[in-house]
Design a protein around this ligand. Structure first.
Ligand code: FES
Length: 242
């Protein structure tokens, strides 16, 4: 368990955004089912503005970026081991969707929306109660590490099974961010798979959007062309994990 500094966290919130057609021409690592939404292809870049590559990722590090909207946080992790393939998950309304597996040489790189499907806890510049806990890590949310954890109410999600909920009060899995790796090993975000909480998120955090994005309208803008990736540690002042 980990706590850095004093905690203060936020509450809940929308918008079923107009979906820009994906510019992707290569294979998507996702089912093209009803819960898949393609967005304009966005290249992930490091804080210096260099393209992020699969080889530059530290194993089991939490990397934060925003996609598909400027204020919707996501966490990217190289799990260091293969994910499962073709995992069928189910949304609360019964809709099924399929996790096709991670990307990279070992199918070990995944990304998920960092908005908890339970009550929308998410990383902010002040604090984060939501993160990936390494295999060697401990958490009260689950009997072992290697899971994404939301410490607000102790939900845990298995990234190797497409963000499936494995414990806690959340009833759905994490929203998957569909990634693509180009021939030069660069990483791109191309879509969102699974039930998303964006609509509720944009309704719930008006004050936060005002503080960080000059209002909700700007917060809802789609990310274009590239997204900056930073370590979660450098994004949030306080990292809380139980
Ligand atoms: S908000 Fe994440 S477990 Fe409740």
């Amino acid at each position: 368990m980990k706590r850095r500094g004093f905690l203060k966290f936020t509450g809940l919130s929308a918008s079923a955004i107009i979906i820009a057609p994906s510019l992707i021409t290569e294979n998507l690592y996702a089912s093209d089912g009803g819960l898949y939404k393609a967005y304009e292809k966005v290249q992930l870049k490091d804080k210096e503005g260099n393209p992020l590559t699969i080889k530059s990722l530290k194993k089991e590090e939490n990397y934060l970026f925003h996609f598909p909207m400027k204020s919707t946080p996501c966490i990217l992790v190289d799990l260091g081991e293969r994910t499962q393939k073709d995992v069928t998950l189910k949304a609360d309304d019964g809709t099924k969707y399929i996790f096709k597996g991670g990307v990279g040489e070992n199918d070990s790189i995944v990304a998920f929306s960092a908005i908890c499907p339970h009550q929308l806890t998410h990383p902010t510049p002040e604090t984060s109660l939501f993160q990936y806990v390494s295999n060697a890590g401990k958490t009260l949310s689950h009997d072992k590490g290697g899971v994404f954890v939301c410490s607000s109410h102790l939900s845990a999600f298995n990234p190797k099974e497409g963000g499936k909920r494995v414990s806690g009060p959340a009833t759905e899995g994490l929203t998957q961010i569909v990634l693509e790796v180009d021939k030069d090993n660069t990483i791109w975000a191309v879509g969102v798979l699974g039930p998303s909480k964006f609509h509720d998120y944009f309704d719930a955090f008006k004050d936060e959007f005002k503080k960080y994005y000059e209002g909700r309208r700007r917060a809802k803008k789609l990310v274009k062309h590239e997204a900056k990736v930073v370590s979660l540690d450098s994004f949030s002042k306080d990292i809380i994990q139980y």
